[in-house]
Design a protein around this ligand. Structure first.
Ligand code: FES
Ligand SMILES: [Fe+2]
Length: 508
């Protein structure tokens, strides 16, 4: 099952044959897991502007990606000349990446370097990393040479494989990949942190446990699949569940970064599916890419509207993960200093039947996280320590939940909406003031109805201005204040009453 894909390498375009199932299964076992020999979705295509260098990071290494109308290529974000950031540079009209410092430029398809001061001189090529577009995402393979040749292909579900898939959610969170992955497959937290009853259908109970199986897919990727009856578990009733003929709830993790969740019927049909690609940006930080879709249907809400909701959703527990992270990373690095792996089942207490999937993934993380490239550089290098130090403390909510830097700055649609909303808020406010003023002026000359009409239009403009101003604040920065958190806390007992013995039920 070799699937050829044309990729760019540092010297020339070659055909890469992906590893067959038999050879890669053994080499990708958890004990020898190679994080660099994996493709990573790093961004939605539409969030990378054409002909503009785009910085992205994997395992604390910065890369620069360039998207031209016909190509996408990547190299390290350090100029071969004197290591200045290439992301600060520009793309020439013929598609080369040009450093802003002394003007050296790199050919995307060969890595050839042009030196303006020595046009006939010979300079070794820049190292280019395989890069491609698939499923509406830009993918990067952080290795080269023979390793790149045998890497399994990027994974997207079959129904999303075409390149024009609409973009989903993006958010850069100050949370380690390992903790973010645990959070995404932790269904017990949904009732409490998000106050959403649907999560309960994915939980486990003694009567309806989570069935968990592990395997390797045809391309050698580690996979964990959880299934359970989509019945209430912690709650006693749930209007989202048909108890007479319940659906099956499932969640799948496929290494290195893919998670999906849905409920399906006896024929395997599902009406809605959520997929995630979790990007291991570095120690204590990661990028959250996700998409919810109804298979077979193309249209959904405008992207920026979806992001209004998802930002609120992510704000609900991101800070909790940061509080947890400072302890977990401290334990992990302490164990690493003693040349031992972190054993998550000794740091956490797995006590819920809904944590079976979580525990299985925890075991995979125990053995593979220590193999992440540069994971423990901080134990040897002051520079690496300084870079990751913030992950070992809990920053204030204003920093851990800053929507501008985490979302809007990296989301093209939200940026456009923010710009438009700023203009609209000002223009509508000015129009409201003019109409109100004119309404008062015409009161004497043209009578009451003219005045009422002007005031009514003024009120509409005022409303538009207020809504626009609200959108501006939603995309501009910190929103999840302690007051907002307290409002969430008050909703918990409406789903799960505090009094023992009181029935737990939920309506959507
Ligand atoms: S540092 Fe890039 S051209 Fe000199
Ligand atoms: Fe957005």
């Amino acid at each position: 099952m070799a699937r050829p894909i044309n990729l760019r390498t540092s010297m020339r375009s070659v055909t890469i044959k992906h590893a067959t199932s038999s050879s890669s299964s053994s080499s990708s076992s958890t004990s020898s897991y190679d994080w660099t020999r994996q493709w990573y979705a790093v961004s939605w295509v539409t969030d990378i502007p054409l002909n503009t260098p785009y910085k992205t990071t994997l395992f604390d290494v910065d890369y620069v990606v360039v998207r031209t109308p016909s190509d996408v290529y990547a190299t390290r974000d350090a100029c071969p000349h004197r290591l200045a950031s290439l992301a600060e540079g520009r793309v020439t009209t013929d598609g080369r990446l040009q450093c802003a410092y002394h003007g050296w430029s790199i050919e995307g398809d060969t890595g050839d370097i042009h030196v303006p001061q020595a046009p006939r001189g010979k300079v070794p090529c820049a190292t280019m990393y395989p890069c491609m577009v698939k499923g509406g995402l830009v993918w990067l393979l952080p290795c080269e040479g023979a390793d790149a040749v045998t890497a399994p292909p990027p994974y997207v579900p079959e129904e999303l494989e075409h390149d024009d898939v609409a973009a989903g959610v993006v958010r850069d969170v100050p949370i380690d990949f390992s903790l973010l992955l645990e959070n995404v497959v932790d269904y017990d937290h949904g009732l409490f942190a998000h106050q959403v009853s649907g999560f309960d259908l994915y939980c486990g109970s003694l009567d309806h446990p989570q069935e968990v199986s592990t395997s390797y897919d045809a391309d050698g990727r580690f996979e964990v699949t959880m299934t359970t009856k989509a019945l209430p578990k912690v709650l006693e009733t749930n209007s989202l569940s048909d108890t007479a003929s319940p659906l099956t709830a499932t969640a799948i993790f496929k290494s290195p970064q893919f998670v999906s969740a849905c409920r399906f019927d006896d024929e395997g049909k599902t009406s809605f599916k959520t997929v995630f690609w979790l990007v291991p940006t570095g120690v204590g930080r990661s990028r959250f890419l996700s998409k919810g879709y109804a298979p077979g249907k193309k249209k959904g809400l405008p992207r920026w509207v979806q992001h209004l909701f998802i930002n609120r959703f992510l704000d609900q527990d991101s800070h909790l993960l940061v509080t947890e992270q400072s302890y977990v990373l401290a334990e992990e690095f302490k164990a690493a200093a003693e040349k031992k792996p972190l054993k998550r089942d000794r740091v956490y207490r797995y006590a819920s039947p809904g944590e079976k999937l979580l525990a299985a993934i925890g075991k995979w993380l125990d053995t593979t996280v220590p193999k992440q490239p540069g994971r423990y550089d901080a134990l040897k290098s002051v520079a690496a320590l300084a870079r990751i130090a913030p992950a070992f403390t809990t920053a204030p909510r204003e920093i851990t939940l800053d929507r501008w830097s985490q979302h809007t700055a990296v989301c093209a649609d939200s940026q456009a909406m923010l710009r438009n909303a700023r203009w609209l808020a000002c223009i509508a406010a000015a129009a409201a003031a003019c109409l109100a003023y004119r309404g008062v002026q015409v009161l004497a000359s043209q009578g009451g109805w003219y005045c009422v009409a002007h005031c009514a239009f003024s009120a509409v403009c005022l409303f538009v201005s207020a809504v626009s101003a609200w959108i501006v604040t939603e995309f501009s920065g910190f929103r999840k204040t302690a007051l907002s958190r307290d409002a969430d806390l008050r909703r918990i007992p409406t789903l799960f009453p505090d009094q023992p013995g009181v029935s737990h039920s939920a309506t959507p």
